[in-house]
Design a protein around this ligand. Sequence first.
Ligand code: NI
Length: 201
Amino acid sequence: MDATPPDAKPPAAPSRQPPSKAPPKAPVELLPILIAPHKTLKARARPVVTADASAVRDLVARMFATMYAAPGIGLAAPQVGALLRLFVVDLMPGEKPQPMVLINPEIVAASKETAIREEGCLSLPGQYAEVERPAHVVMRFEDATGARRQVEAEGLLSACLQHELDHLDGILFVDHLSALKRNMILRRLAKEMRQKDSKDP
Ligand code: NI
């Protein structure tokens, strides 16, 4: 998720990569982010299984690097062309990295109370809209070590987790809007991408 509205101060670039116990090695190669209306963004991702472990380790490292470089606060595997149920999030509280990997996530409880927040998405660069979602959610998931975990979220984290979970089911934030607003945003995005292409061939 790109949560920076156009009139807000952009977040400071992270000064370092997320903490890692691994010895320093060559920088991780970034992944291209798919842009709407790419058909992979509309597909349902499959659960991660044990056999995926080593591929997932590599994918997660590259997804974090790609998300921080964008910069964004959340990135789901389908956005980089991998139809697997996992996403990465880092809200950078106090501008300090706080990376989270959520594998096979599911919402186990959601409040009736809703909240409206302005959302953006790295797959719809430069586009923002207010989206209404449950204000509080409890999400169950597996972490990078395969341990079962649960997170209770409200505020920006709640919106971000729900936004990223949506990506695993082929849902974009614009799918929560009226058809009129959605089409307006998608048309504007298509036009801006054409203009960008013609500027840097
Ligand atoms: Ni997104």
